[in-house]
Design a protein around this ligand. Structure first.
Ligand code: NAI
Length: 360
């Protein structure tokens, strides 16, 4: 019998009415019956903060930890140290930075995620957020909802995406899909920054150009989209200094991870007008505390902020895919079979992916 601990977000009345909300505590990724039939134990909780939480209580003897990035159970080095029985961490989704990967490797803990499961969901969201910022949509909607009507107030900050320079930091599954989706908008240039170059035919298919130096990359952009994992090489990559490389009035979309950006520096750059917009759905920590500056920050005209809770990769379509993918990873784990290499972040004490930093 294997003890499986899953940290998921609470679905409440919505999960009762919508069975496709599979990634919730109530619907348990559709795993409950299947695991029970095989005699495995499944503990599901959203209670993850502090030493007395259900997460901390059950991690001490769980063999498998499943978490969604939307409501991450943070498996820090300290948590892993007391998880004596832990052999596998599965991310129900994409992005395994909530696990201390070096600590997992020291114990040869398998870390696997459902690669590709929600990359279209996020790429679509990125394009939506870019348009939302560039066209000044959020203030426009808020204006009419609150009884107003002032075309000039909105139009003073509304632009076309056509003829702008857009760059993605990270051109993997999501970054590349963003470039594909942006191509028909006739941007002035599509740039990317990634230590793993795209194959020439993929570059040519979207008309993208690689820039290998971060300052040179950032300084050319009207719009930056972040699409890389969070690791020691990308933690705080957007900070006071790197933001200063960007053009005055540029827009930023971050659906990758909150901690890629220094929150106070983003808020200050938006408030000063150096950055004219910042939108996304990822924060650190999650859930975001009430006093997180990204909840209330605004540009000097009172707009430019397009933040939401973390949901871009958990559309109902995505949930079906990452629930099925989680089950498939578990099946292989129980059968002692090799995991699909595309899903492996850490295995046998080392990194199974090239996406979490340049390593020897
Ligand atoms: P991927 O592994 O296919 O691509 C990531 C790319 O980032 C790789 O090409 C890698 O070389 C590049 N990269 C890594 N470090 C870099 C650095 N220092 N500078 C430049 N490029 C760097 O991953 P995928 O599927 O595209 O996902 C990317 C990230 O998006 C995930 O790790 C996750 O954090 C986030 N994500 C967010 C979701 C949401 O719901 N908001 C859902 C899914 C993923």
């Amino acid at each position: 019998m294997v003890k499986v601990l899953a940290v998921l977000y609470r679905g409440g009345k919505y999960a009762e009415k919508q069975p496709k909300l599979l990634g919730t505590v109530e619907n348990k990724l559709g795993l409950e019956q299947w695991l029970a039939q095989q005699g495995h134990e499944l503990i599901v909780t959203d209670d993850k903060e502090g030493p007395d939480s259900e997460f901390q209580k059950h991690i001490v003897d769980a063999e498998v930890l499943i978490t969604t990035p939307f409501h991450p159970g943070y498996a820090t080095r300290e948590v892993i140290a007391k998880a004596n029985n832990l052999k596998a961490c599965i991310t129900a989704g994409v992005g395994s930075d909530h696990i201390d990967l070096d600590a997992a490797n020291e114990r040869s803990i398998l870390v696997a995620e459902v690669s590709g499961s929600n990359v279209v969901s996020v790429a679509e969201h990125v394009v939506m957020m870019i348009l939302t910022l560039v066209r000044n949509y959020m203030p426009a909607n808020q204006q009419v909802s609150s009884g107003g009507w002032d075309v000039a107030e909105i139009a003073q900050d509304a632009y076309d995406l056509e003829n702008k320079v857009v760059g993605t930091l990270g051109a993997g599954r999501i970054g590349y899909r963003v470039l594909q989706r942006l191509k028909p908008f006739d941007c002035k240039e599509l740039l990317y920054y990634d230590y793993q170059p795209l194959k020439p035919e993929l570059e040519a298919a979207v008309g993208a150009r690689r820039v290998t130096e971060l300052k040179e990359f950032l300084s050319q952009l009207d719009i930056l989209t972040l699409n890389c994992p969070l690791h020691e090489g990308t933690l705080g990559i957007l900070n006071k200094e790197t933001l200063s490389y960007m053009k005055k009035g540029a827009w930023i979309v971050n659906t990758a991870r909150g901690a890629l950006a220094v929150k106070e520096d983003i808020a200050a750059a938006l408030e000063s007008g150096h950055i004219w917009g910042y939108a996304g759905d990822v924060w650190f920590p999650q859930p975001a505390p009430l006093d997180h500056p990204w909840r209330t920050m605004k540009n000097p005209h009172g707009g430019g902020q397009g933040m939401t809770a973390h949901y871009s990769g958990t559309t109902l379509d995505a949930q079906g895919r990452y629930a099925a993918g989680t089950k498939s990873i578990l099946e292989k784990y129980f059968a002692g079979q090799q995991q699909d290499p595309a899903n492996v972040i850490c295995v046998g004490g080392s990194y199974g992916t090239k996406a979490y930093g340049e390593r020897k």
